[in-house]
Design a protein around this ligand. Structure first.
Ligand code: ZN
Length: 81
């Protein structure tokens, strides 16, 4: 068995916690920065299904979204018209 003293254990625990927080913070900042640099309003999240023409909101996906009504995949270009 590997012997690790408590100080080393606490050090690595804090180290990995800080790394995890930094990664989450960087991802959130990156997503927010992309949202600001594009169009500011919520029109980026509004999708129009190309099959059933159902309007819905999907803020989780950027390029391809799934229509909640008919389940078909929609690409980003379908929003612009
Ligand atoms: Zn649909």
């Amino acid at each position: 068995m590997i012997r690790i003293d408590i100080a080393t254990l606490v050090f690595f625990y804090i180290l990995f916690s800080v790394i995890a927080i930094l990664v989450v913070w960087a991802i959130l900042g990156y997503r927010r920065m992309r949202g600001v640099s594009g169009s500011v309003d919520n029109a980026d999240f509004i999708w129009k299904c190309s099959i059933c023409f159902h309007d819905y909101i999907d803020s989780l996906h950027d390029d391809i979204s799934i229509c909640p009504l008919c389940g078909s995949y929609n690409k980003r270009e379908s929003l612009k018209n």
